[in-house]
Design a protein around this ligand. Structure first.
Ligand code: HEC
Ligand code: HEC
Length: 616
């Protein structure tokens, strides 16, 4: 420790890092500098904490417990206060970096992801992924002062120098919105292609003329390792001849044919000349020169291999160093700009998971071997943080909508067709066409429903343990309990007239439970006819209905855009429960109930009922 400190002080004097630059946090990220450059704050999603680290010494001053799944952090104006989005607790925590204490928590409706502050620190703006709001907050009063409906699943947010507008990204469409801070009006939008997906943070260039954001492209027509998922940095142009247009720069052809995966965050240097990007799937950093044109935009300058799952990147205030947050190594690494030489690293939190879950999570997030040969795809490319990617993929067996993984341990067998009975069977996905990885078990692989893979490989068991560990979060539609309408819907759901609960039964609202292959429980609910590419039987595993509020589109083929579509146009013959007799307002009530699931933690009841749980 002593030696590291001396080295850091030496490094600081040689490389001339200074802490004197005044820079406002203009973009939400998991990691940000205080305006005086004295501190870095980073939020530790797994630990549920925010760490305050001194700069350039890199000593952890405080680690503050904030709650479930903290995401974006921003320093408030020029103060030493920090705003942190506590995504899982639906609150913005205001922290004091000097005392290491929480000043207050401001409740927001649901799922705050990104936050920025005005230069004077009087106002904050945060994105609420659900229900698609940007909220304005007064941090001193601890109050939400305005709520604006802006779009679907907003995540990233960046504020202009004059504080007049915000740039916001939509997660599952990668759309970028320019929003007035006066009244929340959407001033301009930059639409993505229908394939563009998973856009998180967005950063504005120092002159506010361009905004940069990372995302992937999900080419759902081919679920194949040779490029179904591609990494991008896109540029939204605010001024000049091409104002209003956007361009995506492919990150898998920036350096020859070298492939990277899951770009997670990027940052522009204070002089506006460079952009750094981290790739959480291949553990890469690319440093790019920003070209002053509207044609090429970015040119590769330098690349570095990082530690596990880099999720945030920030230039030091004087642009001489890059800080990387390796989420699954629980550390910050400092690299010299532009040569990438490592200057320092420091642990910011401890691994809060078991070693097995950590290994499983690292495997789930990596697009490197033994998981994947071509480096484009990781499990997390389609199941980010255990959620679905909102896409329906053309699989060899037919159209298949990506399922969220919440509650999975209670609802084995898995897949829409119940064609896998344990997560270890995803060895078929790893070694198959999609990922083409080396995998963990020697070929030929036994049939997925045949001999068990469990216990054959520590790594595969760890992947299963992590995949099975996702829990469902309570629906925002049931914040104040079930509404009157949802209560009426509940009666209908459990009534003999609709029959819903005959299959969607028990605490997990499904009859899917581990069984012998010979008596697998699947149902033909009339949905198998709508897809000419379908190669399996028209019988499907009953899905859990917990978390429906955020998992559109619906059904195995994703052809129901809304829950109402499931009950109406996708159920013309009353084969999927009985719905044709319901009046319009009864249908609304039923949908209201489905949106409110889960309204309580299902696990205690699942345990009490003796449901079989598969931990790994
Ligand atoms: C290209 C996107 C994609 C990738 C990559 C991917 N999945 Fe999936 N996942 C899907 C789709 C689509 C489904 C639904 C498939 C089906 O039911 O046949 C699914 C279903 C699942 C399910 C079943 C959930 C349930 O409720 O039954 C699990 C578990 C799962 N995936 C785990 C993984 C793991 C582990 C990996 C990495 C080895 C992975 N997935 C990689 C798209 C993907
Ligand atoms: C005979 C068993 C059965 C009955 C009865 C039944 N379901 Fe289903 N449900 C299923 C199966 C199987 C699927 C998957 C079908 C598919 O994806 O094609 C499903 C899918 C769903 C989905 C889509 C879930 C998702 O994640 O996409 C919803 C919503 C749903 N059911 C609600 C209901 C409601 C409401 C009722 C009563 C009106 C009902 N179900 C009655 C078996 C049943």
């Amino acid at each position: 420790m002593q030696r590291l400190q001396i080295f850091l002080i030496l490094a600081a004097s040689i490389f001339g890092f200074s802490a004197s630059v005044q820079a406002q946090t203009r973009s939400a990220s998991l990691m940000n500098f205080s305006s005086d450059g004295q501190f870095v704050a980073c939020s530790n999603r797994d630990s549920g904490t925010v760490s305050i680290v001194s700069w350039p010494k890199l000593e952890v001053q405080h680690e503050i417990a904030v709650g479930l799944h903290p995401e974006g952090v921003a320093w408030i104006g020029t103060s030493h206060k920090i705003a942190c989005c506590v995504y899982g607790d639906d609150a913005i925590a205001i922290l004091d970096a000097d005392s290491g204490k929480i000043d207050r928590r401001i409740d927001v409706f649901d799922e705050p992801y990104g936050v920025v502050s005005t230069q004077d620190g009087h106002k904050l703006y945060a994105t609420l992924e659900f229900p698609g709001n940007v909220v304005q907050l007064d941090p001193a009063a601890g109050a939400v002062t305005a709520t604006w409906q802006v779009g679907q699943m907003p995540r990233g947010v960046s504020i202009s120098r004059d504080g007049r507008f915000l740039m916001v990204t939509e997660y599952l469409t990668s759309k970028v919105l320019q929003i007035s801070t006066v009244d929340g009006k959407v001033l301009q939008t930059w639409e993505g292609a229908s394939t563009d997906n998973l856009a998180r943070q967005v950063v504005l260039a120092p002159n506010d003329q361009k905004a940069y954001f990372t995302h992937i492209r999900s080419r759902i027509t081919s679920s194949h390792g040779n490029g179904s998922i591609f990494p991008y940095v896109s540029v939204a142009r605010l001024t000049g001849e091409k104002a209003g247009t956007r361009m995506r720069v492919p990150m898998d052809s920036l350096l020859g044919a070298r492939v990277t995966a899951n770009p997670w965050d990027c940052d522009v240097s204070a002089d506006g000349k460079r952009l750094g990007v981290v790739f959480a799937g291949t553990n890469d950093l690319y440093l790019c020169r920003i070209l002053p044109d509207d044609y090429v935009e970015l040119e590769y300058e330098q690349g570095m291999r990082l530690g596990n799952n880099p999720r945030a990147i920030r230039f030091s205030p004087d642009d001489k160093a890059l800080l990387i947050y390796n989420a699954l190594d629980f550390e910050i690494v400092v690299l010299q700009v532009p040569n990438g030489v490592e200057i320092a690293r420091a642990a910011v939190t401890k691994n809060p998971m078991s070693e097995e879950l950590l290994l499983g999570k690292q495997l789930f997030y990596t697009a490197l071997q033994p998981m994947s040969a071509r480096s484009w795809i990781s499990c997390a490319s389609c199941h980010p943080d255990g959620d679905a990617d909102g896409r329906t993929w053309q699989q060899p067996e037919g159209l298949r909508n990506t399922q969220p993984l919440a509650g999975l341990s209670w609802t084995h067998p898995v897949h829409w067709s119940a064609d896998r009975d344990e997560v270890q069977d995803f060895e078929h996905t790893i070694q198959g066409l999609l990922m083409q990885g080396q995998g963990f078990v020697k070929r030929p692989l036994p049939d997925a429903l045949g001999e068990s893979f469990s216990g054959k490989s520590k790594s595969l068991d760890a992947l299963a343990a992590y995949t099975n560990s996702h829990k469902s979060s309570l629906s925002p539609f049931a914040k104040n309990g079930l509404s009157k309408s949802a209560q009426r819907g509940q009666m209908l759901f459990f009534s003999a007239s609709t029959k819903c609960a005959t299959c969607h039964s028990g605490p997990m609202l499904t009859d899917s439970q581990p069984r012998a292959v010979s008596d697998l429980m699947r149902h033909d609910v009339g949905t198998g006819k709508d897809d000419p590419s379908e190669l399996m039987e028209p019988k499907y595993d009953t899905p859990t209905l917990l978390g429906l509020y955020r998992s559109a589109p619906y059904l195995h083929h994703g052809k129901a855009a809304t829950l109402k579509d499931v009950l109406t146009q996708c159920n013309p013959q009353d084969e999927h429960g009985v719905t044709s007799h319901l009046t319009a307002s009864q249908l609304d009530d039923l949908v209201e109930f489905l949106l409110a699931l889960p309204f309580e933690d299902p696990e205690p009841a699942a345990k009490a009922t003796g449901l079989k749980q598969v931990i790994k």
